[in-house]
Design a protein around this ligand. Sequence first.
Ligand SMILES: *[C@@H]1O[C@H](CO)[C@@H](O)[C@H](O)[C@H]1NC(C)=O
Length: 207
Amino acid sequence: MLRTIFLLSLLFSLSNASVQDFCVANLKRAETPAGYPCIRPIHVKAKDFVFSLGIPGNTTNIISAAVTPGFSAQFPGLNGLGLSTARLDLAPKGVIPMHTHPGASEVLFVLDGYITAGFVSSANSVYVQTLKPGQVMVFPQGLLHFQINAGKSPAAAFVTFSSASPGLQILDFALFANSLPTELVSATTFLDPALVKKLKGVLGGTG
Ligand SMILES: *[C@@H]1O[C@H](CO)[C@@H](O)[C@H](O)[C@H]1NC(C)=O
């Protein structure tokens, strides 16, 4: 008898868990750490589950690269699914500088051109590969990684993250684009103070 009750309650909780198939973002409400509140299912349309990443981003900038996000705010159907996506464009010589996503692993799928990509493990092992169209590379959660255009023509890729909020910390910005005093940056990185000052100048840091 107890066993039957247990099995029934398990079945009930399982079926209950699958009742809500999706939670299309209500963008009129504020985003919370758990995502946006859902719009009512009756208002959900097929187009909520579709997003276009077909247009290259503008790469006229200091890194000759652009990241076009497809997060819940742009792509409401993703809300609550623990995923996000983006398009990466790299002009010739374009670079996505060394960075980490504290909250997600990343899968990168090359669409066009050649991209040299790599990451550094916690053991400081280096994994670098030059990728061609159709190849996919995965970057484990939290590890420092980068992408560089390895060819003479523009390169593009789609990326998918294993979280709705992958987070982003760019190493050079963390070191040189804020008010951490030059002497502390220098003392904690072993870099020459003149170099620290120069990089602060380029990246908009002070101190
Ligand atoms: C790309 O960005 C640059 C620099 O902000 C700007 O001057 C240019 O007009 C933009 N190009 C397009 C097509 O939006």
